[in-house]
Design a binder for this molecule. Structure first.
Ligand code: HEC
Length: 138
């Protein structure tokens, strides 16, 4: 709209501003994100859960019935820091954490939780944990 009304010179200026804004956005997105710089989003976590977790985990109970633990009230069993490390790589974490090792060893069904490429991303893990927080126990 503005481009149509304004003369040639101003259109050039607008282009320059647009390029500047584009560059700023590109820079902003290329910077590494830290925990403080993004807001965890439970609904994004839920979508990922439905895609890569729900075929093993139930969310309506808290005990292991079909091989994988039900995740209801899981934040009452583990804190966020533990969950971050577990989700990043269950087997690697079990080498340094007793709770994780016991969890794997005690699984009589011999199903193992895989290490997911999707869970290597800090934002995706934070979104997932935000979703897990909504699965409150009784
Ligand atoms: C192939 C089946 C499978 C998939 C897929 C899977 N898990 Fe697991 N998960 C397990 C099993 C089995 C355990 C119990 C530990 C073990 O034996 O490895 C577990 C344990 C857990 C625990 C600890 C539960 C507790 O009560 O202590 C959490 C949290 C968890 N999984 C979250 C997830 C999330 C989030 C995803 C998706 C990113 C996921 N899991 C995908 C099988 C799976």
């Amino acid at each position: 709209m503005i481009g149509l009304i304004a003369g040639k010179g101003e259109r050039g200026m607008e282009g320059l501003i647009r390029a500047g804004v584009g560059l700023m956005l590109a820079l902003a997105f290329s910077l590494p994100l830290t925990a403080e710089e993004f807001t965890p989003d439970a609904s994004r976590g839920e979508k990922t859960f439905q895609t890569i977790c729900a075929h093993c985990h139930n969310i309506t109970y808290d005990e292991s019935r079909v091989g994988s633990p039900g995740l209801k009230g899981v934040l009452e069993r583990h804190d966020e820091k533990w969950l971050h490390q577990w989700l990043k790589g269950p087997e690697a974490f079990a080498k340094v954490d007793e709770t994780a090792a016991t969890l794997i060893e005690s699984n009589k069904y011999k199903i193992k939780m895989p290490t997911f490429p999707q869970m290597q991303d800090d934002q995706h893990r934070a979104d997932m944990i935000e979703y897990l927080k909504t699965l409150k126990g009784d």
